[in-house]
Design a binder for this molecule. Structure first.
Ligand SMILES: [Ca+2]
Length: 329
């Protein structure tokens, strides 16, 4: 009996107890500053990493604001993953900080919590992080989730062969990436922040990206208010709790829209049972606007609500309340 138990333990250990689940290999691309749903989204991602559902390959910023990378690093370190590669967009790209004035979470998190990265400008070029990480992965295995601007992905698509890969950017993406999930777009048309702020990049990505894309449009996250349970939580020493406790009183104490969390949830677990997918074509324009056209043959899909919103709100908030299980890692 004892031998059987040891055998079962060993099988469980080597299989990571997840034979029935596929682990998603994922790169997280965020603007981590103008809004704090990015904080919630990265918390959701780490919660799903703790349950073995995702391996976080890299976390990069599409925003040149200096606090972005330190804040990402704070959250990775808090969840026991301080060695996840970080990077920041270089060259022409947005530089946007938070609108919060009374208590600025973007300044406070790096002051309060351990991290290695001191600034966005001193961190590695996100393009190099992308090319290095992608070149090392099995073919058609990587999911990219963007919850910020498309600046890094434009740079990746337009990149040339380098020390990491002989492939052009488009060919590297074609070979290594399985899926892009993005919080982006007003459906069926309009302007949305992530598409608008680097509209040149958005035009390039939606025209040239060679894999399927799933879009969590503005109308999805806008309906899901989360954070109230975090702001009233007695959990101490958490940058996630701190960010929501600082910001909600300045915005809406009932909760903040969960744009970015929806994209992460779908990138790791898939759309069902939370959402249905409608296939179509997303087009971005130089003025920052976009259109969505339903088309069964389209390479893009957009999320449509399926699960009742209160249930979905609870699932996302539970994941945002997750406590690290991996602190010494
Ligand atoms: Ca964001």
């Amino acid at each position: 009996m004892k031998q059987l138990l040891i055998y079962l333990f060993a099988v469980c250990l080597f299989s990571n107890c997840s034979n029935d689940k596929q682990t998603t290999n994922l790169i997280f691309d965020t603007d981590m500053a103008p809004d704090y749903d990015d904080v919630g989204a990265l918390a959701v991602l780490h919660a799903l990493a703790d349950s073995g559902e995702v391996k976080i390959l890299a976390t990069v910023s599409s925003n040149k604001c200096e606090t972005t990378v330190p804040c990402i690093d704070v959250i990775n370190t808090y969840f026991g993953r301080p060695d996840i590669p970080v990077g920041c967009v270089k060259g022409d790209a947005p530089n946007l900080t938070t609108w919060h004035r009374e208590a600025r979470w973007t300044d406070e998190l790096p002051k309060r919590y351990p991290h290695k990265a001191q600034s966005a400008s001193e961190s590695e070029d996100a393009l190099k992080v992308y090319r290095r990480i992608l070149s090392l992965q099995p073919d058609t295995s990587v999911t990219i989730v963007t919850v910020g601007f498309f600046s890094n992905l434009k740079n990746l698509l337009q990149s040339q062969p380098d020390e990491y890969s002989k492939l052009s950017g488009v060919d590297l993406v074609k070979k290594k990436v399985k899926l892009l999930v993005s919080m982006a777009g007003r459906m069926p048309q309009g302007k949305e922040f992530n598409v608008e702020k680097d509209s040149t990049a958005s035009v390039v990505v939606f025209e040239e990206w060679p894999t399927p894309i799933i879009l969590s449009g503005w109308d999805i996250g806008n309906e899901i208010l989360t954070g109230k349970r975090l702001a009233s939580s007695d959990i101490q020493g958490s940058p996630i709790i701190d960010a929501f406790s600082m910001c909600l009183p300045q915005d809406n104490p009932e909760g903040r829209m969960s744009w970015d969390q929806t994209a992460v949830l779908v990138a790791v677990r898939g759309a069902a049972p939370y959402f249905k997918l409608e296939k179509g074509i997303m087009k971005a324009f130089p003025d920052g606007s976009n259109t969505w056209t339903a088309d069964p043959k389209g390479l893009h899909s957009r999320l449509i609500f399926q699960m009742p919103i209160p249930q979905l709100t609870n699932i996302i908030e539970d994941l945002m309340l997750h406590k690290p299980q991996n602190k010494q890692n």
